[in-house]
Design a protein around this ligand. Structure first.
Ligand SMILES: Cc1cc2nc3c(=O)[nH]c(=O)nc-3n(C[C@H](O)[C@H](O)[C@H](O)COP(=O)(O)O)c2cc1C
Length: 144
């Protein structure tokens, strides 16, 4: 079956660190069972997440995530078949972006400024992937 990649943005219900810890706990526990890999970036209340794996598994997980009341304003940026994984190292890599990160990576600032759906429409989906990839090297693996 085909490898599939899905990227979306959403806004967390609150910015309490417990929410992120809970989400990452679930990801590390569940994603390896389905051979799902990915990465999540967080900045000022919003998340940008990429999920990779078998198409059915990714879509099934996304249906669960979509119903999660801990976030809203879910905006799908990319759904695409891929030949190789971009984020194979982690069940779910994570990085909280600092103001310094945003200053250093204008593309990241652009993506995270797109908070409402209307603005998000203007975000080039490819830019979101580039932003996620640019933080791969120095992100925290949640597997270790
Ligand atoms: C922004 C966001 C991202 C999430 N990402 C994942 C994920 O990658 N894997 C996962 O299993 N659950 C993820 N969740 C949590 C699911 O919605 C759901 O609560 C969880 O899978 C339930 O499984 P559990 O009972 O084993 O914790 C995410 C939730 C949110 C709000």
């Amino acid at each position: 079956m085909a490898l599939f990649q899905l990227i979306y943005m959403s806004t967390l219900a609150t910015d309490e660190p417990d929410i992120l810890h809970g989400i990452l706990d679930s990801s590390v526990r569940n994603n390896p069972r389905k051979n799902i890999t990915g990465m999540m970036l967080y900045s000022e209340g919003s998340v940008l997440q990429v999920l990779e794996g078998e198409k059915d598994d990714v879509l099934e997980l996304f249906r669960v995530i979509e119903r999660d009341v801990r976030h809203s304003g879910i905006y799908l940026l990319i759904e695409s078949e891929i030949s190789t994984r971009n984020f194979s190292s982690w069940s779910m890599g994570f990085r909280r972006l600092s103001q310094a990160d945003l200053a250093k990576f204008p593309a990241a600032a652009q993506v995270f400024k797109a908070r409402t759906n209307e603005l998000a429409l203007r975000v080039q989906p490819g830019t979101a992937l580039i932003v996620l990839k640019s933080f791969v090297e120095d992100s925290m693996g949640t597997d270790s």
